[in-house]
Design a protein around this ligand. Sequence first.
Ligand code: C5P
Length: 399
Amino acid sequence: MLAGKRILLIIGGGIAAYKSLELIRRLQDAGASVSPVLTRAGEEFVTPLSVSALSGTAVHRDLFDLTAEAEMGHIQLSRSADLVVVAPATADLMAKMAQGLANDLASTLLLATDTQVMVAPAMNVRMWDHPATQRNLATLRADGVKVIGPNEGGMACGEFGPGRLSEPDEIVAAVERQLADGPLKGKRVLVTSGPTHEPIDPVRYIANRSSGAQGVALARALASRGGEVVFVTGPASVAPPDGVEVVPVESAHDMLAAVEAALPVDAAVCAAAVADWRVTSASDRKLKKSKDGLPVLAFAENPDILKTISHLEDGRPSLVVGFAAETHDVLQNATAKRKRKGCDWIVANDVSEGTGIMGGTENAVTLISDAGAESWPRMAKSEVASQLADRIAAALAKD
Ligand code: C5P
């Protein structure tokens, strides 16, 4: 998926630098060529010889290297790549980037480049949590730098928390996502998927049978067309696809908050089976059997995420797509639902018993839009996703 792509890989000085060797391999396996840059601190953790041997090319190390400068000046080096990846990005490197310092080769390249930059931070958890690092992170994000990770887990220093370098596979997936070509390149698309869980007490919840299969297929189809996909998913049984930003949530309330945080987007596709009600009397202690009788649950209506997005006054996505799973009068109900929710398209399907659609691999849908109702033949959910993604790309291309 990265055939012909050129990656400038800046390796900072942290214990996680050893993973950059594996990263070079994985990027090459995906078809990319890698030009490595090793900081002075990076050389303390991996040797220029290993980096050079693995990448099959010279390692750039020095700002004032006359030979290197004669072969390819640092300005040209900073701009000759399709993507600049900093892995591991140390707290120090991130601080330099945020401040615009240029006192060694890595920081000078990062200041001189006009290419997209992606950083994969790795540092001790306290350094990551420090307000200075968080300030720098916010500055970098505002400057358009993409951030991968860090992951949470045990660290070489013996502490536990966020600060671990993302795994090479995760970094390659993010690079592929960034460089994917296709009709949705440059478009940001939100997909909600899966069921929601509404707590009754800390161990019990109300849920539904949604597997998340159609939402996963859609997210995959949108990402493979070059879209930047934010995938907000409830606890689904089908795993999220690679190459999308996954935001796991539990309840409808969490889902709405995650959706609002993901805005603005060019298109929103609400495939989630959001619970209509939540338990207002949810207890923070496990409910116990009692001689006084059965527990009584009080319910309140959940926020309607699709309706909320459709009625945004500021920053409404150009295209909002909802789903309508019905067991009878499919067309009538779905047409009314489109009006009620205010979305542009409704994808309606019959989930009555005997169709095998709920939880199955196939779907038979009708696409309802301003143009009327269009019934598609029964096909695999992945095929429904492909055709819908093509329609979404075509609609956004008109903007
Ligand atoms: O009203 P109903 O649940 O049938 O509507 C289905 C559509 O509305 C789906 O697109 C679903 O994702 C969305 N929805 C929502 N928030 C809710 C309920 C449904 O986004 N609370």
